[in-house]
Design a protein around this ligand. Sequence first.
Ligand code: 0O2
Length: 242
Amino acid sequence: MYKMETTTTNDLKKFKAQITRFLMVYKFGLDEIKTKIEILKQEFQYVHDYNPIEHVASRIKSPESILKKVRKKGCELSLPSIRENINDIAGIRIICSFTSDIYKVSEMLQKQENMRIIECKDYIKNPKPNGYQSLHLIMEVPVFLSDRTEKVRVEAQIRTIGMDFWASLEHKIYYKCNKEVPEKLRNELMDAAITVRQLDMKMEQLNKEISEIKESTSLEYETQEIVINNQKFYLPKDFFKA
Ligand code: 0O2
């Protein structure tokens, strides 16, 4: 009896250590991608004086959620099978201001060396039947460990603020209704998804008009940058001469 209990405790300890090591590699993969995104963000801001990324959030799927997905997909419950079949253990969400920014960010990520794009799902061009919109990229990055290099998959969900707002509400409703959303609510969610799409298009149009105005006025006079209280201001050069 005593021996059996010890074996069980040891097995559990071993299993816990294995899972921790397994998930740790995904955390390193996420760190790699987050650094790449931060560099792109800063460089884009510097070169184009504009930042296409509003904010970034990331998470590692909990062992419980991994288990649920294994059951849903009907794949084998082993670490190699989980690695092969579950693509979103490491997930990053990139929120952009405008739909065109989503494609800019996706293109920049796809051009990165040392990174392989396994799959691209465009739920913006082809929204899901419930109205869900987002661009999903399954990426594979190498993680350099002390004794080996591992390739890690990270799922990026790139979407606008509106798409994100809709998705988080839909996710709540889906779980509140125990995955059986009543028809009335489903129709209302679909209407809201259409409104989000229209608002995104309107904002994109407005942004284009603002950029055109900015471009034409900046051509009229040369500006000089001044910094007051760590804030940048651009004033016409003639102002300083006067
Ligand atoms: P959670 O709790 O967010 O992690 P695949 O991974 O490609 O083999 P899957 O899971 O069907 O198969 O891929 P898909 O459609 O790209 O979905 C992956 C993730 O996108 C989901 O993960 C959700 O986070 C999000 N997503 C997809 N469809 C919807 C939707 O209709 N509504 C909302 N709110 N989110 C969605 P999980 O594991 O399902 O959930």
